[in-house]
Design a protein around this ligand. Structure first.
Ligand code: AHR
Length: 659
């Protein structure tokens, strides 16, 4: 997370790799020498509520601070109208009877007419509104006597109304009631805001003021932003890791992610400050909170929707070691361990079990088929090891086949890593989570990192990685073609070592262009649009072409991992009956190549080529040009015993040949 900037800038050395690029490269692919199985989980996604990933991101709620629980209760809201007297708008606190959602807004009206008392909500950096789309407004309210009338309006930048309706609220005595109304937007706006005008006399209490678009993912009311989820679904990820990231640890233990507080009725989910709110002085986000409108039930449902294995990461009794570094003492670890055990029952348990019953009551009687869980994120030191051992013993005693992901800390080398790695391998950890936020050079030169790892011990989860065009956590980091190419080169090494590496995910996943804290990120969004970076298309190409069996690919009998700036891996896909070869040309020269497939007697007449490339290493996709760097598919003809093609300068090529 917080790391020291690199002190020396290491110049890009790609160009020097291109010596000898004129000679034809003879790739040999041994189709008849299967090496390893590719796990269905191999390429996945890492989700964290960072960069407005959940609130203001995939969670489609448009109202910011809907329950007035932010530290400043009216943050995001403006009071409208006149004349107003002192005390007409007050924040009430009922923590003695509702500690999860203690605050609400009380409005006192004096025979007000429309336009004399109201509220405006600014949304998350505005609200993205689409012409012709239905919007669903709801609130919880209470009033001793009726009636009040609410006039609600969406307003664009020019203060023009682009959608409105009204709602009459009757008396509720002392009861809270929910009321909803829907209306259609008459225009599109990137940064609309929302007005509520209140007409009537006397008191009204308001809470959980909410506005959702109709077009959520799978049209679920109160659901997720469909365009963002579609980008994930399109990758067909093997797993989805959630909820992070450092968000799992929290700045302190009080701020850690507690899954039990994120399920059930949304008005009972207790909001906390998002730990990324004030993490970086250079990117402050004072209005960043976790409302948990998206909680663990929704994450499991999302995993199921996109066909990804769920991978929850739980706090292990340690807060972020870059922040407070608070520890739960060992004799107070039970509730943490119990959370892990209960989560397995919540996800998989029989509906007669208490947590399984709750899952069924929430609408999912079938198991979520949870098979693995992470204990801790980026935790390190002997304190981690002693806590991990306690978790492992308790979980394995009850669920012997359940797989645990263990942290190897923040960095892929160094003293902390060496210590933890030694401990974890000797504990026979199921899966070790390695993180690398490094310069592109690191990715190129580590394409062989796993070639010498032991084959019969723990599996590796490359749980967070992204090539950094500047130093880690620098706000100048960009998702350019160079970073994507470096990741592609490295990923050929992961694929070649699929018997050791069972999972990998780029991080972070999403960033809002007006609300990010951390860059680079896989997918960038504004309030209306989203686009995949070149890094996204690399991930997608690997994931859609993951195959199931690794086969050797060599040049001069050697694995292809940097010679003449070439990197390669190959798999067989038993379902599509294809050999799939991935070749990265990291040099600025075209490289004429021939690929021989050993073990295939007769090659078909054609092969499919998907090429992702750019001549400009620093070029990027953008909202204006989201398709600048995307894969282009062509068919090439095969003559004779080898596939002849030219690897374009700075390219990733995926070649698919029917067997
Ligand atoms: O991906 C951003 C952050 O990087 C994650 O929260 C953390 O695990 C890592 O330091």
């Amino acid at each position: 997370m917080k790391r020291l900037p690199f002190i020396f800038f290491i110049p890009i050395v790609l160009f020097s790799f291109s010596a000898g690029a004129q000679n034809k490269k003879d790739f040999i692919v041994k189709v008849n020498a299967p090496k390893a199985q590719v796990q269905p989980t191999m390429w996945g996604v890492f989700f964290e509520d960072i960069n407005l990933g959940a609130d203001g991101g995939i969670y489609a709620e448009l109202i910011k601070n809907r329950s007035f629980e932010f530290t400043k209760p009216l943050m995001g809201w403006k009071i409208l109208g006149k004349p107003l007297t002192e005390g007409d708008f007050t924040i009430m606190n009922r923590s003695n009877i509702n500690s999860n959602n203690p605050r609400f807004l009380r409005v006192l009206l004096h025979n007000n007419i429309k336009g004399s008392a109201g509220l405006n909500n600014e949304g998350f950096r505005g609200m993205g509104i689409k012409k012709g789309l239905r919007y669903d407004f709801s609130l919880m309210y209470r009033q001793p006597v009726g009636n009040k009338k609410l006039y609600i309006e969406l307003v664009n930048n020019n203060n023009e109304i682009i959608g409105s309706t009204s709602l009459t609220l009757g008396a509720t005595a002392d009861e809270w009631k929910k009321q909803s109304v829907s209306f259609t937007a008459t225009d599109t706006a990137l940064k609309a805001t929302f007005n509520i005008w209140i007409e009537g006399d006397g008191l009204i209490d308001m809470d959980m003021v909410s506005l959702f678009p109709e077009d959520t993912w799978k049209k679920r009311p109160g659901g997720m932003r469909a365009d963002m989820i579609q980008l994930l679904a399109d990758m067909k990820p093997g797993f989805i890791r959630f909820p992070g990231g450092c968000i799992v640890e929290g700045f302190d233990l009080k701020g850690r992610y507690q899954w039990k507080k994120t399920i059930g009725p949304i008005e009972e989910r207790q909001l906390i400050i998002n730990r990324w709110n004030n993490e970086f002085a250079h990117r402050p986000t004072p209005d960043y909170f976790q409302t948990f409108g998206l909680g663990f039930f929704e994450y499991f449902q999302l995993a199921e929707d996109i066909g990804a294995a769920p991978l929850p990461i739980l706090n292990c009794g340690m807060a972020c070691q870059f922040n407070s570094a608070e520890l739960a003492s060992l004799d107070e670890l039970d509730p943490y361990v119990q959370d892990a055990l209960d989560l397995i029952e919540f996800a998989n348990g029989d509906t007669a079990s208490s947590w399984g019953k709750l899952r069924a009551a929430l609408g999912h009687p079938a198991s979520f088929n949870l098979k693995m869980m992470g204990v801790g994120n980026e935790n390190w030191g002997p304190q981690y090891v002693e806590r991990l051992k306690i978790f492992t013993k308790a979980i394995k005693a009850k669920y012997p086949d359940f797989k645990l992901v263990n942290s190897s800390g923040t960095d892929p080398n160094g003293e902390r890593f060496d210590y933890l790695n030694g401990e974890l391998w000797s504990m026979k950890a199921d899966i070790i989570d390695e993180h690398y936020y490094r310069k592109p050079e690191w990715f190129f030169s580590n394409a062989k990192r796993y070639d010498d790892y032991p084959r019969n011990g723990s599996k590796i989860f490359c749980g967070e990685y992204a090539a950094q065009s500047d130093y880690t956590v620098s706000p100048n980091n960009k998702n350019c073609w160079l970073t994507a190419l470096a990741e592609a080169a490295f990923m050929t090494g992961l694929e070649r070592n699929a018997d050791v590496v069972s999972m990998a995910s780029y991080a972070p996943l999403f960033a809002h262009v007006d609300g990010w804290q951390w860059t680079p990120d896989l997918i960038w969004v504004n309030n209306l649009q989203s686009y995949g970076t070149p890094d996204y298309y690399v991930q997608k190409l690997f994931s859609l072409n993951k195959g199931n069996t690794v086969i050797p690919v060599t040049i001069n009998n050697d694995v292809v991992a940097g010679q003449d700036s070439l990197y390669a891996s190959a798999v067989i896909d038993a379902h599509t009956k294809e050999v799939i070869i991935k070749i990265v040309n990291a040099s600025g020269k075209e490289q004429a190549s021939s690929i021989s497939l050993e073990g295939i007697k007769k090659l078909p007449a054609t092969a499919i080529l998907a090429v992702l490339k750019s001549d400009e290493l620093y070029s990027m996709n953008s909202f204006d040009n989201p398709q600048k760097i995307v894969p282009q598919e062509t068919l090439i003809s095969i003559k004779g015993k080898a596939i002849n093609f030219s690897a374009a300068p700075y390219s990733l090529t995926v070649i698919k040949v029917k067997m």
